[in-house]
Design a protein around this ligand. Structure first.
Ligand code: C2E
Ligand code: CA
Ligand code: CA
Ligand code: CA
Length: 282
């Protein structure tokens, strides 16, 4: 029995070892991807539900892998979050998004905030604010043109610290969006303390909203709650004209989804903005 136990122990040991090796291999590959400039930002427009104008863009990362082609962030971001690389990736994204937004402004495009997804892990880094300060200084972007999207889950770890970080960012003039609202740990009890500017309804609430009365009740309640708190509500993942019509009726403030545009690389995004006709949504 002793021998068997040992054998099993060694078996698990080597499994863990393999997992560790696999993680290290991936971590190295991600670091290398940064060095080799294999990451690219795509931008998806955010549209004002009333005027139909483009009033923002969300930056979404893509990995153009030399062998595997385009790798979705849904695949590599969670893995990057298990190691320190996520900090480097987030920093690269911040830098690239701010530089791009400033460049759009200098080209005479309408000024709007660029939204950057910040991982929970990065939110608890003491260097987040100095890093952002440096990036804004270097790129010349005004803080009000940067919006940080963080998920509810970000606050689980340490609500006090999280709220203080948000307050400091707000004091700098940076706006914060609560991403994937309603999907994770509910921050409902904390909502009145959070210095956020918007709530983003996850695509799972939008999908099938026109047929699902439970979903539409939830969305209606969230919109009402948000408006009571002077927050704007953004719906993501709008794919059909029916969903658009429904969300506009519920007085959702901003709209995002494939119906308008998929996330686009430069210079496709610029062309999209310049050719956009704000009357198309009415
Ligand atoms: P998210 O922040 O919830 O982003 C929305 C996702 O929905 C994006 O997927 C977007 O491309 C997709 N989407 C937008 N409109 C539609 C639609 O109408 N239909 C459908 N089916 N999908 C739509 P993406 O780009 O694959 O990103 C997945 C997740 O990866 C993001 O979810 C975010 O959590 C994370 N992520 C993406 N870029 C970054 C980044 O630069 N940094 C960090 N930390 N996370 C990122
Ligand atoms: Ca997001
Ligand atoms: Ca998300
Ligand atoms: Ca989402």
């Amino acid at each position: 029995a002793k021998e068997q136990g040992d054998g099993l122990y060694h078996f698990y040991d080597s499994l863990i070892e393999n997992q560790r090796e696999e993680n290290m291999r991936l971590e190295n590959e991600l670091k290398n991807a940064l060095l080799e400039e294999q990451f690219k930002l795509y931008y998806q427009p955010k549209i004002d539900a009333i005027t139909g104008e483009i009033i923002g863009a969300e930056a979404l990362i893509r990995w153009l892998h030399p062998e595997h082609g385009m790798v979705s962030p849904a695949k590599f971001i969670p893995l990057a979050e298990n190691s320190g690389v996520i900090l480097d990736i987030d920093e690269w994204v911040l830098e690239e998004a701010c530089r791009q937004n400033r460049s759009w402004q200098l080209q005479g495009m309408p000024h709007f905030p660029v939204a950057v997804n910040i991982s929970a892990r990065h939110f608890y880094q003491s260097n987040l604010i100095p890093t952002i300060t440096r990036i804004l200084e270097e790129t010349g972007l005004e803080p009000r043109y940067l919006l940080l999207e963080i998920t509810e889950g970000t606050l689980i770890k340490n609500v006090e610290y999280g709220v203080r970080m948000m307050e400091d960012l707000r004091a700098m003039g940076i706006h914060i969006s609560m991403d994937d609202f309603g999907t994770g740990y509910s921050s409902l009890s904390q909502l009145d303390r959070l210095p956020i500017s918007e709530m983003k309804l996850d695509r799972s609430f939008i999908q099938g909203i026109t047929q699902d009365s439970r979903k539409s009740s939830i969305v209606r309640a969230v919109i009402e709650l948000g408006h009571h708190m002077d927050l704007r509500i953004v719906a993501e993942g709008i794919e059909s004209p029916e969903e658009l019509k429904y969300l506009t009726k519920l007085e959702c403030d901003q709209l995002q989804g494939y119906l308008f545009s998929k996330p686009l690389p430069e210079p496709k995004f610029t062309r999209f903005v310049l050719e956009w006709d704000s009357t198309t949504i009415n």
